[in-house]
Structures are given as structure tokens and as C-alpha cells.
Design a protein around this ligand. Structure first.
Ligand SMILES: Cc1ncc(COP(=O)(O)O)c(C=O)c1O
Length: 402
């Protein structure tokens, strides 16, 4: 099996409908292949019913499809058991559930949690909302001079004995791939529980949770060629069992009276309300589809395109690059000297080049970088050599527009 960018791209109907767009906003959300659209449609056309609630045959079909999807996710992550997969609406919801659930149970006042300065707000604000307000101290791994995590400082911060270490596998703003395996090992040696934000990383490198010994792993379907509105909190059983449910409601209950409640077994106790059934089916279809692709070829394709983009951008006068091409999952972060990133992105938009400008839900990172914001170009498997050449052309002309 060899990777063909053309065949890969042909599976995305969006580009047939809209050949005019150069879509380089994949870190925000990705387009979906036909297999994902078909799986969701198939669910609604042939199985639509509520899961776990009714005795009738349709509900059994829907339940089977939903639980099969859970199984697919568990296998994909090598989690051990499908009951360790909690479906959430996305990574943000998963973080809120995890952090709320840990606070007061695993984490007590005076305990420490170690994050990094480059985290997406989803791996920062829930810690501020739930943990910090309950007296839990937050520490942050700083950056080194290459805008990568400073591992010496990380080692020193681990000496403060954090109960939990939580970091992104890949930075959503810089694209830099963290040395996940090494960071997990270091955190484990310090006795911490490890949470990995796989929102950007899962599409780059499928994790083996058991082999890596990660305690909790979180990602969103829509950044893995899957649907929006579905995400995953996958964690070790003993950790999940300790989490306080953030949401209460239907199906997460074992018994309820007017003044007391006991909760169902995992995974249901952390899935209140009707879940996103079609979303789960769509996510499983995305995973199954992705696993059929040539993973090494896919990586090489993105790496080569990114190198080409960086090499050209380094030659453009006034373009200030904030990220590096090596150990990068497919993101270029830049500014045009003296210009506002939003204005730059608007010029790109006029060329139908979809980019994102701003602080990319990682405001503290931009405070560290000492810039107000930046423009982000993020690639996917369906990005073509031609699109990169066209983008370079547009970027080269950028200074003329200001
Ligand atoms: C690294 C990272 N973590 C978490 C999130 C939150 O994901 P979602 O918005 O799908 O909940 C994102 C989204 O951009 C992200 O890039």
C-alpha cells in the first residue's frame, strides 16, 4: 500500500464541490471522507433509535452500533477495555468532566497539577475553574528558546511532586510534537498521573495507551477526519471509577430517589443524557477508514509539504516564523512584520486560502511568545503539492498588499 495524495483527496466530496478553496485550517477542523458521511447517513436511515433505553429491535440495533463504535475506539487506542472509553461532545467537554471529576476525589487542597504554558484553553481553563478554585496549585512547564517545552525545567517542576501532569501531544498553535513518551516516563517516575491532550496529536500518531502507560487520553472526532459533536475521554478503569460525574441525568443512574442517587457502572455513569449516537458511529468509521491508509506515507506527505512551505517562507521578506519544521505535525505559525495577523488572514481569504489568525485558544502561549497573535496554516493528508505551491505564491505577494 502506498500513499497517493490524489486518491486520498478524492474521498473528500468538499473539494469536488469547492475546488476554489485552499483549506489550510485543518487544526481547527478537518473535512470528512465519504466513508464517514455514509456511516452517519446509514445510521439514521437504518438504525435510528435511542440506545440502551428500549426493548425493541431498532434500539438494539442502535445500541449495538454505538457499542461497536466504543470498541473501535478502544482498539484504536489500545485501551484494554471498551468500558474505558467515555463518549463526550468533544475534547473540551472531556477535559471539563475529567478535571471536575478529579477535584475533591483524587485531588485535594494543596495538591499540585503540572501543565505547560502552551496548552489549549481546554487543558487550562477547566483546571482554573474546578481545581484552582478548590485550592489545587497549578505549575507550568516553560518554553525553551526554540519555542519547545523546556525539559530541564519540566524535570525540576516534577520535583514538586504533582499529583497530575497534563500536556498536549502536539501544540495546536505551533504544531510542535512533544516528546510524549519521554514526558510520560518522567512524570511516572515522579509518581504522577498522566493526562495527554490528543486533540491535535491523535491524527499524527495513534497512541498505544497501555504501552505508554497513559492514565487518561482525550481527543475530538472532528480533528481526526470524523464528525463534530463527538469526542473521547479514555482512561484507566480505576481512575474513571474515582471521577465524580459532571452531568447528571438519564442512563447514568443505577438508582435514584427524591433525596439520593447511585450511579451506573462504567462507562454509562459518565455519559448522562442521550449520547451522540450517529457521531460515535461516524467517529468509528473515520478511525476504520484512517487505519486503512498508508500511515507512513501519510506522515511523509505532510512532512514534505511542510518542509517545502517553511523553506519558501524563510525567504519571504518580513515573514516572521514562530514555529519550526522539524518534529512538527503540520503547522506553520507566522506573522508579517508590523501587520495585524487578522489583516493578513483577511488578505489570504481574498485568495480563498483558509487560514486562522489570533491566539488560537492558547492565549498564555502568545503572552510567552510576546506577540499579540499570529497566522496559522495547518495541513492535512488531502493537502496537495499544487496547493502548497499556490500558497507560497500568495504568501510571497503578501508584503505588496500592505
Ligand atoms: C490541543 C487542543 N486541545 C483541545 C481542543 C479542544 O477541542 P474541541 O474544541 O473539539 O473540544 C483543541 C481544539 O482546537 C485543541 O487543538
Amino acid at each position: 500500500m502506498t500513499f497517493s495524495a490524489e486518491l486520498f483527496r478524492a474521498e473528500f466530496g468538499f473539494f469536488q464541490q469547492h475546488p476554489e478553496w485552499i483549506y489550510l485550517d485543518n487544526a481547527a477542523t478537518m473535512h470528512k471522507p465519504a466513508a464517514v458521511l455514509a456511516a452517519e447517513q446509514q445510521f439514521y436511515l437504518t438504525q435510528n433509535s435511542n440506545v440502551h433505553r428500549s426493548a425493541h429491535g431498532l434500539s438494539q440495533l442502535a445500541t449495538a452500533a454505538f457499542e461497536q463504535s466504543r470498541q473501535t475506539v478502544a482498539q484504536f487506542l489500545n485501551a484494554g477495555s471498551s468500558h474505558q472509553v467515555i463518549f463526550q461532545s468533544g475534547a473540551t467537554a472531556a477535559f471539563n468532566q475529567l478535571v471536575f471529576g478529579l477535584t475533591g476525589t483524587v485531588l485535594k487542597p494543596g495538591d499540585r497539577v503540572l501543565l505547560t504554558v502552551l496548552e489549549h484553553h481546554a487543558n487550562l481553563v477547566p483546571w482554573q475553574l474546578h481545581a484552582k478554585s478548590a485550592g489545587i496549585e497549578l505549575d507550568f512547564v516553560p518554553l525553551d528558546q526554540h519555542n519547545r517545552l523546556d525539559l530541564t525545567a519540566y524535570q525540576q517542576l516534577l520535583q514538586r511532586q504533582p499529583k497530575v501532569v497534563s500536556f498536549a501531544q502536539v501544540s495546536n498553535a505551533l504544531g510542535h510534537i512533544q516528546p510524549m513518551e519521554q514526558m510520560v516516563k518522567m512524570a511516572k517516575a515522579a509518581g504522577a498521573l498522566v493526562v495527554v491532550d490528543g486533540a491535535q496529536g491523535v491524527v499524527w500518531q495513534q497512541p498505544d495507551l497501555q504501552q505508554l502507560d497513559i492514565d487518561a487520553y482525550i481527543f475530538s472526532g472532528h480533528k481526526l477526519y470524523g464528525p463534530t459533536g463527538i469526542g473521547v475521554l479514555c482512561a484507566k478503569k480505576q481512575l474513571l471509577e474515582q471521577l465524580r460525574p459532571l452531568f447528571g441525568g438519564g442512563e447514568m443512574i443505577q438508582h435514584v430517589s427524591l433525596d439520593s442517587v447511585s450511579f451506573a457502572a462504567l462507562p454509562y455513569r459518565l455519559e448522562a443524557g442521550t449520547p451522540n449516537m450517529a457521531g460515535a458511529v461516524g467517529l468509528a468509521a473515520a478511525i476504520a477508514w484512517l487505519q486503512k491508509q498508508d500511515q507512513q506515507g501519510l506522515k511523509l506527505h505532510k512532512t514534505q509539504l511542510l518542509r517545502q512551505l517553511y523553506a519558501a517562507c524563510m525567504q519571504i521578506p518580513g515573514l516572521e516564523l514562530l514555529s519550526e519544521p522539524d518534529l512538527n505535525a503540520g503547522i506553520l505559525l507566522f506573522n508579517l512584520k508590523n501587520e495585524h495577523p487578522a489583516d493578513v488572514a483577511e488578505v489570504l481569504n481574498q485568495f480563498k486560502l483558509a487560514a486562522r489568525a489570533g491566539t488560537h485558544c492558547a492565549m498564555p502561549l502568545f503572552q510567552q511568545l510576546n506577540v499579540k497573535g499570529a497566522v496559522r496554516l495547518s495541513l492535512a493528508g488531502y493537502t496537495t503539492v499544487t496547493e502548497i505551491a499556490q500558497s507560497i505564491d500568495i504568501l510571497t505577494k503578501l508584503p505588496e498588499f500592505f
